[in-house]
Design a protein around this ligand. Structure first.
Ligand SMILES: [Zn+2]
Length: 51
């Protein structure tokens, strides 16, 4: 498992990192955006990939 493919998913509302994921940056260029539950906001928010 390569560290290079590790990405963090940050809540766009509170800016906390709630999820870790993986993707191949060589094949997927666009940033991930996922609707996920944020325990800090206590609701589903948009999570964006961050470095
Ligand atoms: Zn949040």
């Amino acid at each position: 498992m390569s560290q290079e493919n590790l990405i963090k998913l940050e809540c766009t509302e509170c800016k906390r990192i709630n999820y870790y994921s993986q993707k191949n940056k060589k094949t997927i260029k666009e940033r991930l955006e996922l609707k996920k539950y944020c325990k800090h906001c206590k609701k589903h928010t948009l999570h964006k990939e961050t470095k």
